[in-house]
Design a protein around this ligand. Structure first.
Ligand code: SF4
Length: 242
């Protein structure tokens, strides 16, 4: 495996203070204003990660008018749903934004041959580590800041997410323009602004990741209950508190 650069350990005190100040002042701002701030502050050193969930699609929708040249990428593990990859093409057609597919060093066939079969059931943390975390580390060394669509009300892991903060895990600034939005507010905007979304959402899939680790849920289940269902795992590690 190719060596992955280690992230910087900590921000300077000046940067830490700037981020805290920005986060406080942006707390009541619209996501469009937060995106505009991020694009102006970090320019071509800003990137955005998306798994093509509704929040990511909405941010791309706004990026198309606010900062359309922003780099956007998807972690293409090789295990994503066909519908997810087709959504990438629909977004490219609608907005002219080509989301870069960032892949691991091995194909699924090579990876499974190395391990004697898939390991997403037996060792999902290793699988996410190899096919997501190592890849995002490789991408983020080329940027100073990344943006994601996480919301505080999605899980306890995400409840304390600031609008702007230092991502200790990856050694870059992290911006979450939808941190204080709700699922209902996101879907209202998707419908109102006719934003493309994954058709699996209409079939009971609420939070969508890799196909083998995602199932549809019932109305009374938590929105992330369909991810790594039946295991204690709740996050792939991208948004873990570091
Ligand atoms: Fe592997 Fe599942 Fe993680 Fe995808 S979500 S990288 S298939 S363990």
């Amino acid at each position: 495996m190719q060596a992955v650069a280690e992230p910087a350990s900590a921000p300077s005190p000046e940067l830490r203070e700037e981020l805290a100040r920005a986060s406080r002042s942006l707390e009541q701002s619209s996501p469009q204003d937060i995106i505009a701030w991020a694009a102006e502050r970090f320019g071509s050193r800003l990137t955005m990660a998306t798994a093509f969930g509704p929040e990511g699609c909405l941010i791309i929708h706004w990026l198309a008018t606010v900062a359309p040249r922003t780099h956007v990428f998807n972690l293409e593990t090789g295990y994503q749903f066909r519908e997810t990859l087709e959504l990438r093409d629909r977004i490219a057609k609608r907005y002219g934004i080509e989301v870069a597919l960032e892949t691991p060093e091995t194909t699924v066939a090579e990876y499974e041959a190395m391990h004697g079969g898939p390991i997403y059931r037996t060792a999902p943390d290793q699988c996410c580590g190899d096919r997501k975390i190592a890849v995002i580390r490789r991408v983020l060394v080329n940027f100073d800041a990344w943006m994601s669509g996480i919301r505080r009300d999605q899980s306890t892991d995400r409840a304390a997410s600031p609008i702007v903060g230092w991502d200790h895990k990856f050694g870059v600034v992290k911006i979450s323009p939808l941190a204080n939005w709700t699922k209902a507010k996101v879907w209202d905007a998707i419908v109102r602004e006719n934003v493309p979304y994954n058709p699996l959402h209409d079939r009971g899939y609420v939070s969508i990741g890799c196909a083998p680790c995602t199932r549809a849920i019932t109305a009374d289940e938590d929105e992330r209950a369909g991810r790594w269902s039946g295991t204690a795992k709740t996050e792939c590690g991208l948004h873990a508190r570091g």
